[in-house]
Design a protein around this ligand. Structure first.
Ligand SMILES: [Zn+2]
Length: 126
């Protein structure tokens, strides 16, 4: 009787372990590296920038003063500096996967990583 319970415990442990591993591995498999970022200010399209080229980009608000500065390095985008009070956006770690985003709420700046792999099918090839 005692050993039967132990086998049951082991099975539960293995099941839980498997589920935990699946939860870690599956998102990694389906995470797609982004190709470019779309910047939106005040919910209006601002600029699309490729992630393949390292650069520093200054984002200007409606009054044409710089509100946020982002850097693109090794395919990752990071908020370097911002004029917002809480500075939460600058604490976010660099992002590179499609559909990830960095948001600066006070300045209404949204940086979203996108992947155009699916839409390129429509493009005319030479
Ligand atoms: Zn901010």
């Amino acid at each position: 009787m005692k050993s039967y319970i132990k086998i049951g415990d082991v099975l539960i442990c293995i099941t839980l372990l498997f589920l935990a591993l699946a939860g870690i591995v599956l998102p990694l498999l389906y995470t797609k590296q982004g190709e470019s970022i779309v910047i939106r200010v005040n919910n209006i399209f601002y600029e699309e920038v490729s992630l393949t080229e390292d650069r520093i980009l200054e984002i200007k608000d409606d009054n044409l003063s710089i509100c946020n500065t982002i850097s693109i390095q090794e395919g990752k985008v990071h908020m370097v500096s911002a004029t917002c009070q809480n500075q939460l956006c600058t604490y976010q770690s660099p992002i590179s996967a499609a559909n990830e985003s960095i948001i600066c709420l006070p300045n209404k700046v949204i940086i979203e990583v996108i992947s155009r792999t699916n839409t390129q099918i429509d493009a005319v090839s030479e």
